[in-house]
Design a protein around this ligand. Structure first.
Ligand code: F0G
Length: 430
């Protein structure tokens, strides 16, 4: 076939014999000669300058820091910084999936997916500012304790700045993807026989006695960068704030940064009302939720245990800052079980979005808010997905491939002989 009259906007054409197929023809090769197909387009109706103008205005990004979703807000992040160490980072999407509205019971749940940052977690937003600051003050080496994401991010930004990096992580408790990143980016990686809380104590001592610049979230410059998760989200929503912002909470740096961002945005007239924060902990690592239940009268330290290794933290460092954030935003602190975190993760993964286990705590938290009647019909929530699905492949394979009996959402891989009959058998059973 050849189109003779008015051509459609796009069609398929065989590169061998020139036969043409419609754009929606499902065949994967040319039906006449078996050749490969190529997509053809009618020339655009716009003139060349019109086309270039349209592409330029849509791009809105130039190379380097101007394209960063952190440094775009430099006036409220670190105005005096001139030379910055930027990947660039940020510019993460706001997503909506009906399946997650159904799973949580929320009417209009948006996901701010921070796993789309260069090293796959929100830590890059803090690290671009922290490492920029390290360079400004002439640091000779940088260090952090981590459950895995901070160390991956520090390793990458230190490599870019050509600064030696030292990272301390709990031995055998860091997700595979995160550990692999630290090694790949060249950080000196110490596997500490202890938990995250031991690592943090040790790295603080090291920074005091050995002169390395500390880049955990107790470093306030980190938090300035992490504020831009909120600023970028508000900008994406046309500065019309949601009713709730829900995030996973471990060491409480992010909770503190979110509170600061919201209070400043309100003070400086960027928003006219302040959304409520909901910080969500894993039930086995929930010292902040314990304190919240007693109106923050006591501070607790617990022996932390959870599948969400990123937030396996028993004695959060930014406790006081986070108390302020929750109080000032009329916020709440929730604890959700590992079972519910895994169910939420299966729901997030199963609709094609994907996130690491700790991130799913925020989606589980939204369901909890709805079930407790704290989130009212018609209210909008934004849940922050803090890390990428590929951060923890070990946990995914255990869940889908190895756990006996298979959990409800398990998607077992199926090994077959290389025969059509085998494929057909599988297809029939779907
Ligand atoms: N989600 C992910 C994926 C994390 O990696 C972390 C913290 C959090 C949530 C909690 O944020 O600590 O500011 O309350 N990860 C740190 C790390 C502890 O070392 O990567 P937080």
């Amino acid at each position: 076939m050849r189109f003779t009259t008015e051509r459609p906007e796009s069609w398929q054409r065989c590169i061998a014999c020139g036969r043409e197929l419609t754009e929606l023809d499902p065949r994967s090769r040319c039906p006449s000669c078996g050749g490969l197909l190529e997509i053809q387009h009618r020339p655009p109706k716009l003139t060349r300058p019109e086309l270039i103008e349209r592409f330029t205005e849509r791009r809105g990004q130039r190379p380097g820091a101007a394209a960063s979703g952190v440094w775009r807000f430099r006036e409220v992040v670190l105005p005096s910084a001139v030379e910055v160490i930027s990947h660039p980072e940020g510019n993460t999407p706001l997503l909506h999936r009906e399946a997650l509205d159904r799973w949580t019971g929320a009417e209009d749940l948006l996901l701010k997916h921070e796993g789309h940052n260069p090293t796959g977690s929100f830590k890059d937003r803090g690290m671009t500012v922290g490492v920029t600051q390290a360079v400004r003050i002439g640091a000779t080496a940088v260090a952090c304790a981590s459950t895995g994401n901070t160390s991956a991010s520090l390793a990458a930004y230190a490599a870019q700045a050509r600064l030696p990096a030292l990272v301390l992580v709990p031995a055998n408790q860091v997700a595979m993807g995160k550990l692999a990143q630290s090694l790949a980016y060249g950080a000196r990686t110490l596997l500490v026989r202890g938990d995250f809380d031991d690592c943090l104590r040790l790295v603080e001592e090291a920074s005091q006695h050995l002169g390395v610049y500390l880049l955990n979230s107790i470093n306030p410059f980190r938090l300035e960068g992490q504020k831009t998760i909120v600023l970028e989200m508000l900008q994406q929503l046309g500065w019309e704030p949601p009713d709730w912002i829900v995030l996973p909470a471990g060491n409480l740096g992010n909770t503190a940064a979110f509170g600061k961002a919201l209070l400043e945005a309100h003070r400086w007239g960027l928003i006219s009302r302040i959304p409520r924060l909901a910080a969500v902990q894993a039930a086995g690592a929930a010292p902040f939720a314990l304190s919240f239940a007693e109106d923050f009268e006591h501070r607790y330290a617990v022996q932390a245990e959870t599948v969400a290794t990123a937030i396996r933290i028993g004695n959060p460092a930014s406790f006081e800052r986070a108390v302020h954030a929750i109080r000032e935003t009329d916020g709440v602190v929730l604890a959700v079980t590992d079972e519910v975190i895994l169910e939420a993760k299966a729901a997030v993964d199963g609709c094609g979005v994907g996130c690491e286990p700790a991130s799913a705590a925020s989606v589980a938290g939204v369901r909890e808010l709805v079930q407790r009647g704290l989130m009212l019909p018609g209210q909008r929530a934004v849940a922050v997905l803090t890390g990428h699905v590929l951060k923890d492949p070990g946990m995914l394979l255990t869940y889908h491939r190895d756990t006996e009996p298979p959990p409800p959402g398990a998607n077992r891989p199926i090994e077959i002989d290389a025969s059509l009959g085998e494929v057909e058998r599988v297809l029939r059973s779907v």
